[in-house]
Design a protein around this ligand. Structure first.
Ligand code: DGL
Length: 262
């Protein structure tokens, strides 16, 4: 069984990829809907939240975990890898590697939450692979709210206006590759692509799922293809909102958990 978590619904973009890559695997997903967003919080707070969630997920006997959140990966991954005796994956490394190998202009953009941009983990990941790649990072705090509130139509004028406001400084500086450094962003990738035509978008959800799945490929799996979902606020509406992220992969009802007890 694999544990996956995010501050809210965004991590479902990674879960969706994992389900496609590992059919028959069992998954337990936790969305911290009672405490979203993480992207405006301090690293210490995000580490505390992430540790509680990992303690909760560990109770299911998971044998690997994906921190399906750019902010929690930036702030908490080293702590979680140290504290928990299972492989814990984040969304940074694989996206950084994909961007470093995709860029031809050697100019890469990164978009994420304010905390993700402040912590600079994607930038460090890219620079560790190739110090000559120039990286420009932009915080897009409204995007998480737009996605959580369902402003996901590619032609939604509010989402397009926000994308224009945040991303227009990235035009004309030679960027050919953009990391979607927040797992909510793949849901509005069409609006992002319209704002930055010709720029290759790298979903940190997808690259992380591919890395985790590749690490398990050689190991025998014995799941039943189940998905259990838990949230820290009312489960009401999770199933229908979550379905936008999961496409035709059915998502059951979520259960409430008082995560601060963990
Ligand atoms: N999906 C989270 C991330 O990848 C959203 C952050 C937030 O809750 O602000 O960073």
């Amino acid at each position: 069984m694999i544990g996956v978590f995010d501050s809210g619904l965004g991590g479902l973009t990674a879960l969706c990829e994992l389900v496609k890559l590992l059919p028959g695997e069992d998954f337990v997903y936790f969305g911290d809907t009672g405490r979203v967003p993480y992207g405006s919080k301090s690293a210490d707070t995000v580490i505390r939240y992430s540790t509680e969630i990992m303690r909760f997920l560990s109770g299911f006997g998971i044998d690997a975990a994906l921190v399906a959140c750019g902010t929690a990966s930036s702030a908490a991954l080293p702590t979680l890898q140290r504290e928990f005796p299972i492989p814990v994956f984040g969304v940074i490394d694989a996206a950084a590697a994909a961007a470093a190998s995709a860029t031809v202009t050697r100019r890469v953009g990164v978009i994420g939450t304010a905390t993700t941009v402040r912590l600079g983990a994607f930038e460090r990941g890219i620079k560790a692979l190739d110090p000559d790649i120039s990286v420009t990072s932009v915080a897009c705090p409204l995007f998480v709210h737009l996605v959580e509130d369902g402003f996901t139509d590619p032609d939604d004028p509010v989402t397009l206006a926000a994308a224009e406001r945040y991303l227009s400084p990235l035009r004309g500086i030679g960027i050919d590759t953009l990391i979607l450094g927040c797992t909510h962003y793949p849901i509005i990738s069409a609006a992002i692509a319209k704002t930055l035509p010709g720029v290759r978008l790298i979903s940190s959800s997808k690259t992380a799922a591919e890395k985790l799945a590749a690490s398990l490929r050689e190991k025998p799996r014995r799941g039943h293809g189940t998905i259990r979902c838990f949230v820290s606020d009312t489960p009401e509406g999770f199933e229908s909102a979550g379905q936008i992220f999961m496409g035709d992969i059915p998502l059951g009802r979520a259960e409430f958990v008082d995560i601060s007890k963990y």
